[in-house]
Ligand binder design. Structure first.
Ligand code: PLP
Length: 390
């Protein structure tokens, strides 16, 4: 007799980035010179004021359980952030903190969907969405975007049916860096309201746009869409706090209550020390964000000029985030590039690590992070060019 395992976890895909990173570490341990452009995190240290707040929390023994959805002090800081940055007027009961935006997203999918429900989303996409939706028993319904990857309402409209429960938006997007225009956001909001469909808006790259003042939260467009949007954000990308695990969600009170209930039974509160650090990051994060933006823009501009000269590759200029989505032009018209093999070969021959398109539900290209210093990016470009010229 065989021991049985749950189907749902057997069907779950491992994180391709983590698998790739294990291979990279192994190669580095063997002494190979690797330029790792797979990172989903900024290469800057967490701001000092944020770290100081965490140290103070430890010294003051702020090290016990808190309310599952975060302390009132943190919730107030989240409310103030939404008001100041996004013109969103949430109450303390309408927000919660989580162990990263990832957990906030899971809480939202688990609350809003169930077997038989459909979630409309765009690809190329961050793979975690697909796995979380599947874990909730629902079905991801993909809109396959083409360059420049700006999602349009009419594409969503063709996928709506009576099973549609959620429209998932992520802008600026991982992995393409594409955003959604205000005109399209308004149309998407109209569609969602007309058809009574929830919107989950993942705004974690909000602070890393190259035109910061232009970011618009869909929930801020009008009072109707406000009532049916769950806004997700976090400090991983905005304050270089990936390891601290802190994200947050906002939405209607009854939905946030359900999401807190799930969290209370799964992980309880996000780390108490991190919560104190996050308050600093939320209140005093602007200087760091400005610095990060200037730095990232320099790297982005460098890569735009370099990549434009490589005839074997095409790319879309990222409008936010810190990734380039690069497509590999096949040598022969009808051939199809196997990007997994291509990226493996690139890594083996040049030591440059990028993530193949397949990890993002796409083909024929790769995601290249520019959260790496300019010298490494220059070295990587030289190596990629000579690899392609071989
Ligand atoms: N949303 C998107 C689009 C991401 O790319 C990531 C991380 O890569 C997250 C959410 C998760 O962020 P966190 O570290 O807050 O869980």
């Amino acid at each position: 007799m065989k021991f049985k395992l749950a189907q749902r976890t057997q069907k779950l895909l491992p994180s391709p980035t983590l698998t790739l990173n294990a291979r990279i570490k192994q190669m580095q341990a063997q002494g190979q010179d690797i330029i790792n452009l797979t990172a989903g995190e900024l290469d800057f240290p967490t701001p000092k004021n944020v770290c100081a707040a965490a140290k103070k929390a430890i010294d003051e023994d702020f090290t016990k359980y808190t309310a599952s959805g975060g302390t009132t002090e943190l919730k107030k800081a989240i409310v103030a952030k939404f008001k100041k940055d996004n013109q969103l007027n949430y109450t303390v009961e309408q927000v919660m903190a989580s162990d990263g935006a990832k957990q906030a997203l899971f809480n939202a999918f688990f609350t809003l969907t169930e077997p038989g429900a459909e979630v409309i989303m765009a690809s190329p996409c961050w793979g975690t969405y697909v796995e979380q939706i599947k874990l909730s028993g629902a079905k991801p319904v993909m809109i396959k975007l083409k360059p420049p990857f700006n999602l349009q309402a009419k594409q969503i409209q063709t996928k709506i049916n009576k099973r549609t429960r959620v429209i998932l938006l992520n802008y600026p997007a991982n992995p393409t860096g594409a955003t959604i225009s205000l005109t399209e956001l308004k149309k998407i909001a109209e569609l969602a309201v007309e058809n009574k469909i929830w919107v989950i808006a993942d705004e974690v790259y909000e602070k890393l746009t190259f035109k910061l003042e232009n970011f618009i939260s869909i929930a801020s467009l009008n009072s109707k869409i406000f009532k049916q949007t769950i806004t997700i954000n976090g400090l991983s990308k905005a304050q270089a706090m990936t390891g601290w695990r802190i994200g947050y969600a906002a939405g209607p009170k009854n939905i946030i209550q359900q999401m807190e209930k799930i969290q209370a039974q799964i992980t309880s509160n996000p780390c108490s020390i991190t919560q104190k650090a996050a308050i600093q990051g939320l209140k005093k994060g602007q200087a760091f964000q400005k610095k990060a933006q200037i730095n990232l823009k320099k790297r982005r501009d460098y890569l735009v000029s370099e990549l434009s000269q490589i005839k074997q590759l095409s790319f879309s200029e990222p409008q936010g985030g810190f990734y380039f989505w690069v497509e590999i032009k096949p040598r022969y018209k009808k051939s199809q590039i196997d990007s997994i093999k291509w990226c493996q070969k690139l890594l083996k021959k040049t030591g440059v690590a990028v993530i193949p398109a397949e990890a993002f539900y796409a083909q024929g290209g790769f995601r290249m992070s520019f959260a790496a210093n300019l010298n490494d990016l220059k070295k990587a470009m030289r190596r990629i060019k000579s690899f392609l010229d071989e």
